[in-house]
Design a protein around this ligand. Structure first.
Ligand code: IPE
Ligand code: IPE
Ligand code: MG
Length: 247
């Protein structure tokens, strides 16, 4: 029996997949449960998708876990999410390490509660030499925050006389973003039927393929990831050219 995985061309996988994991709250509501129940089940999807991505050879997976705007949620939900994060990192760390996965995080990490920050740093330190895949968590992240920080850093270099304004290039800007070490995502997935970017990787998605699905994040599993990759592989990426110019 052929499976979705059989249809995927493993020689032309996206190197970097970014995901906006959305719909935990609505998933919980549809099951008559509190929102945090949705977040707990969302963690299961994180595990499944991380393992599936690494199994087929994706090099970088960036998951939007908490945006700078998410602080505006009710305090109880914010606290529960921060707690869940510590718990998850601690619980999953051994498996991540065993599977040769490197944990990374992007965002204004220093503003996270100390326990969350410490757990994260411990995980990053333990897995820093792992090679199979990078699992990059966007935490207290927003793209406008990141671009503002990069602008400030570049302006400071100009002020110090380290660079001239005409040396500022797109590459230099990329190099000042939190994603400087990884390629731009070829594929961005958003679950739950919302069609927006919510302040995620604005600079990096200039030529990214978008894949939207109505499935809520806790129901997004291995097959759903493969469906998204298959969808991506059926696109023609022209980068401004015309079809006939592509080989
Ligand atoms: C995504 O699910 C998880 C986070 C943003 C932390 P939501 O919590 O946004 O779920 P909905 O969108 O309210 O259903
Ligand atoms: C985006 O989801 C942030 C994360 C997935 C962490 P939200 O559910 O917060 O997005 P908006 O605010 O509804 O666009
Ligand atoms: Mg949401």
């Amino acid at each position: 029996m052929s499976t979705i995985l059989d249809k995927i061309d493993l020689s032309s996988l996206p190197k970097h997949i970014a995901i906006i994991m959305d719909g935990n709250g609505r998933w919980a509501k549809s099951n008559g449960k509190p929102r945090i129940f949705g977040h707990r089940n969302g963690v299961k999807s994180v595990r499944t998708v991380t393992e599936a991505a690494s199994k087929i050879g994706i090099e970088h997976l960036t998951l939007y876990a908490f945006s700078t705007e998410n602080w505006n949620r009710p305090k109880t939900e914010v606290n529960a999410l921060m707690h869940l994060l510590v718990e998850t990192v601690k619980k999953e760390l051994k498996t991540l390490h065993k599977n040769d996965i490197k944990l990374e995080a992007i965002g204004d990490l220093k503003q996270l509660p100390k326990k969350t920050y410490d757990a994260l740093l411990e995980g990053i330190e333990l897995t820093k030499s792992n090679k199979k895949m990078t699992l990059n968590l966007a935490l207290n992240y927003s793209s406008r925050w990141e671009i503002t920080e990069a602008t400030r850093a570049i302006a400071q270099k100009v002020k110090n006389g380290d660079i001239q304004t005409d040396e500022i290039s797109a590459d230099m800007i990329s190099q000042h973003l939190t994603t400087s070490k990884i390629p731009d995502p070829e594929l961005l997935i958003r679950t739950s039927g919302e069609h927006r970017v919510s302040n995620y990787l604005l600079w990096q998605i200039a030529y990214t393929e978008f894949y939207f699905t109505d499935i809520f994040w806790p129901d997004f599993g291995e097959n759903e990831l493969y469906e998204a990759i298959l969808g991506y592989q059926n696109r023609e990426r022209r980068f401004g050219r015309i079809s006939e110019q592509l080989d």
